[in-house]
Design a protein around this ligand. Sequence first.
Ligand code: ADP
Ligand code: ZN
Length: 600
Amino acid sequence: MTPQQSILQTVFGYPSFRPPQDEIIQTVIDGGDALVLMPTGGGKSLCYQIPALVRPGCGVVISPLIALMQDQVSALRQLGVRASFLNSTLDAASAHQVETQLLDGSLDLLYIAPERLAQERCLELLDRARISLFAIDEAHCVSQWGHDFRADYLQLSLLHRRFPAIPRIALTATADARTRQEITDRLDLAGARKFTAGFDRPNIRYRIALKQNPRQQLLAFLRREHPGDAGIVYCMSRRKTEETAAWLHEQGLQAVPYHAGLDPATRAAHQARFLRDEGVIVVATIAFGMGIDKPDVRFVAHLDMPKTVESYYQETGRAGRDGQPADAWMIYGLQDVIKLRQMMATSAGSEEHKRAEQHRLNAMLGLCEITSCRRQALLNYFDEAMPQPCGNCDSCLEPVDTWDGTEAARMALSAVYRTGQRFGVNHLIEVLRGNGGDRIFQYDHQLLPTYGIGKQLDNNQWRSVFRQLVARAYLSVDLERFGALRLEEKCRALLRGDEQIRLRRDQPQAKTARLQTRSALAADIDVALWEALRDCRRLLAEEQGVPPYVIFHDRTLQEMCVDLPRTTAQFGRITGVGERKLEKYGARFLQVISDHAGPL
Ligand code: ADP
Ligand code: ZN
């Protein structure tokens, strides 16, 4: 057994590496540089933690997220790893103590904020210490397309010059080809080996449903599928986050709002609750997320559609970092499409920039309207091929019907044309269905040849037709008149009869709800034991002031429920139980299990 395998098992309690962890770790142990692209939850941390334990000296980890350092260090200490951090939250005396530990060789890992590392004083300290490696976490921060920490990250190129003999490993979850190139250039990593793990997050189930009654749909989803689970609900506006959180709270759920407009103390308190307590729901704008690496987020729900597939992927990627089943659930409807189309059209920026934005929005809308596997489409967007449908998205689990919408689409387009491209969807539907009304008579629309030709479809069906036509850019939204639809060039072929169009048949709400539900728990688990183990974990976490997942992950507790270990040796074989945790917690959890299952 190699030293790294032995550490994986005894310290971390995991049986084997996930490829390409083993190769990365070997590269760094051998003193080589590495650039690692791995999805969230892929297991990046082990790629530098284990080499730091194998190589002599202390591993220095540069991480921009000060708020996370404390938790990362607590988690390592739980495993018996000698870890500390240096950042602005430490007073002088504590910082001095850490420095002394570093110099006398009693640290395995040291987390340092980038702005601190760039200071000459810190560099001199590192000169005098024995360093095993530099790990640059969130390496995409060097990119000009990022990020708040860029200036500090750009300084990191000095590491190579100043410490040429020390291996460096740069890691990120978000890097397209352009960003990857920038990381390589700016961090001087041309000679590094590059490792890419696929983008796929197989444990996340993607679902996108029609928005009908948003609050009730959300509540039903939460109650039916995620009682007591932690998760994130994304909304577009600050006000909506507050209203939704308040409403969920009234319904008896533990929900708190989060957005950039809240005062810093409230924001920090809400984030802390989410991290430390179990089963808290954060209702947030996109301001929430960067630096949340809570492993047991069981769902990410979108009440509004993100503007790009990249954002959607990043936001949903916050679910299920622990590899356990998690849901990415979204509802979207005609109004979202119209609102986003309009926002894009009015956004500032060059024509080129606008075109790029439109293009990205089209891709996102395409993902919503697609009738084939969502995961295939997502991965395809990131240039990754997936030969078979995934079996774990709504399209796969409950295939969508399509219908020949050519005739209906022509009627709809013709209604837009005949009314002068000046009206919104509601009015157009009145015209198509031949409904009388003041506005109809005001404009003499009852005289149009399109008036009343679409009685065979009801309001919802027409809305669905219009939504899909706007989503697929047959229709655009007029800037001057809110919500007025205009014909696009693309319509011609359809109107001429040269093109057929198939439309998605939207599922009525009741049907969607029947999609078989599945909780994160294995089906045959003993819920009472599960709760008792969670209580035990919660107590231990409170005693030590750490989040519960730092004690054990859900997955580890679940394995206890299934395997029902009764001896220390059996307990030690559970995934996530290393030597140190066995020693510290084995007896307490074994007691819970034996209280529950009775004496042997
Ligand atoms: P990332 O930083 O890439 O988002 P983490 O390093 O936080 O991911 O790892 C995600 C989860 O996977 C953690 O709970 C970690 O303990 C677990 N993990 C990582 N590697 C392994 C492995 N080889 N076997 C089992 N679990 C692993
Ligand atoms: Zn699928």
